[in-house]
Design a protein. Structure first.
Length: 167
């Protein structure tokens, strides 16, 4: 929680432009990552009643907190840039969660669900890393860069843990 307070304080101190467009790298990051995080939340919501694996349930619970917090922060940035937040969870990029993925997961439970969920999540988190890496390389809003670097680090850690759990 403290890191988010610091991030918001830094943002307010450094400020940002009053307006921006959807092609600005920092704006684009927030627009894409909010949609990406909403997909992650939808995946995390699917775990309840389908898994008893403590790794899966714990990861889903952690993701729910982290992703909601990130959405709140990025939504604040978009509001300050006079940009509306994206609607829904539709964002098609290689690795995005598809309707077919959600449908396949809905019909499974137990170890079969766990493996499919972790595999889908790992692919999805890899997409998040790619989105964040672009922001790190091209953005100029320091708080966005800080968040993007943290996302790269944390999602890579999650991907590694998922790989260890699956094997």
């Amino acid at each position: 929680m403290m890191r988010w307070i610091l991030a918001i304080a830094t943002f307010l101190i450094l400020g940002c432009s009053a307006t921006a467009d959807a092609q600005d790298p920092d704006v684009r990051f927030s627009l894409e990552m909010i949609t990406h995080n909403r997909q992650t939340l939808r995946l995390a919501d699917m775990v309840k009643g389908r898994s008893t694996d403590s790794f899966v349930t714990g990861l889903a619970a952690k993701l729910k907190v982290d992703e909601r917090t990130e959405i709140d922060v990025m939504s604040t940035w978009l509001q300050m840039w006079n940009m509306p937040p994206p609607k829904g969870t539709t964002y098609q990029m290689p690795g995005s969660v598809t309707t077919a993925d959600y449908t396949a997961l809905q019909s499974r439970s137990g170890p079969e669900f766990d493996k499919m969920w972790l595999t889908t999540l790992s692919r999805h988190l890899t997409t998040g890393v790619m989105i964040a890496q672009v922001a790190v390389a091209t953005g100029d809003h320091p708080p966005t860069g800080d968040l993007a670097r943290r996302i790269v680090r944390e999602q890579r850690e999650n991907i590694a843990e998922i790989g260890q759990h699956i094997s």
